[in-house]
Design a protein around this ligand. Structure first.
Ligand SMILES: [Zn+2]
Length: 316
């Protein structure tokens, strides 16, 4: 993009490659008034407090990196919650045979909600935490897992126009401290590859990824690898709801699970605020997660779904 004025590789390039700021990005959006949290009655029922309770429970499990003993507790929690919402749950077990620590057993947790329309809209988050001592990952990946669980409660309880899938990915984080391919995104690459093999991948018309959606005063920049029309739909919905200071027009290029689908031709968007000082440090604790941010993010997911459905069905 011609707008790029600054290009900085983040220190360890975790989920990220580089941050770039648009021409209008000179001022700090965080200095502006932060919008109030929407009540569930005004968000199609999405409850930020419920989402926050999930984050609390996941943090209470402690560090749960891929292959750890504790990740089984996180899996049991996610599966138990999904079942309590009436969601049909698939446990997709697989092995990542050649990670830096050897063969690691992993599990993607997938909900598939059928509909008459075969077009699939896929919502996703990772749930593993990064393998750092004392790292509980309240924002990364507790916040997005909490949002996706609360979103699951809503969509599993109703009839949806299109087929909706929800994926909770294992193994997004690199085992090494630094992010270097192919040591990352194990779960999303596995799911995309399996869908390609089964022939179902072309049915996936849109993939919406949430990751690090918890901080107070979030700023979601338009992620540069993401599909423009899908980004436009989500950001337009946010603007309509009054969240233009959260979903801003600056850009950031961030490597994340959405690329596993983008690389195979599936339109995808990443909603993420990577620009937080506690990223990949033991300071990523529960106090960094704000229920208002979870509510705003969930509200935008709910509000943009009909627009995404309309678009993918017109494109058919
Ligand atoms: Zn991370």
């Amino acid at each position: 993009m011609a707008l790029v004025a600054v290009l900085v590789c983040a220190v360890s390039c975790g989920h990220t490659a580089s941050l770039s700021q648009g021409a209008q990005g000179g001022g700090s959006p965080q200095a502006a008034t932060f919008p109030p949290a929407p009540a569930p009655e005004s968000t199609g029922g999405f409850d930020g407090e419920r989402a926050y309770k999930h984050v609390e429970q996941l943090v209470a499990i402690g560090p749960h990196s891929a292959g750890s003993d504790a990740i089984h507790s996180a899996q049991a929690y996610i599966i138990g919650q999904l079942k309590s919402f009436g969601c049909p749950v698939e446990e997709q077990d697989f092995h990542a045979p050649s990670t830096p620590v050897g063969d690691v057993a992993m599990k993607n947790i997938v909900v598939k909600l059928p509909a008459a329309n075969p077009n699939i809209i896929l919502y996703a988050s990772h749930y593993d935490t990064k393998r750092i001592a004392n790292f509980v990952g309240a924002d990364d990946a507790g916040s997005s897992t909490g949002v996706l669980l609360e979103f699951a409660r809503l969509v599993c309880a109703r009839k949806n126009a299109d087929t909706i899938w929800l994926a909770f990915f294992d193994g997004e984080e690199a085992f090494n401290f630094n992010w270097a391919d192919p040591d990352n995104t194990y779960g999303s690459r596995e799911m995309a590859a399996s869908l390609a093999l089964s022939g179902e991948l072309p049915r996936v018309k849109a993939m919406i990824l949430v990751d690090m959606v918890g901080p107070t005063k979030p700023v979601y920049k338009r992620e540069s690898y993401s599909t423009p029309w899908l980004t436009d739909i989500v950001w337009s919905a946010a603007a309509r709801l009054g969240y233009g200071r959260v979903f801003v027009n600056d850009k950031a290029a961030i490597e994340d699970d959405h690329q596993s689908f983008l690389n195979r031709g599936v339109p995808a968007v990443d909603i993420i605020d990577l620009d937080v000082p506690f990223w990949h440090t033991p300071q990523d604790t529960l106090d960094k997660v704000d229920p208002r941010t979870l509510a705003i993010t969930g509200h935008v997911l709910v509000a943009s779904l009909p627009d995404i459905e309309k678009k993918v069905n017109n494109n058919k």
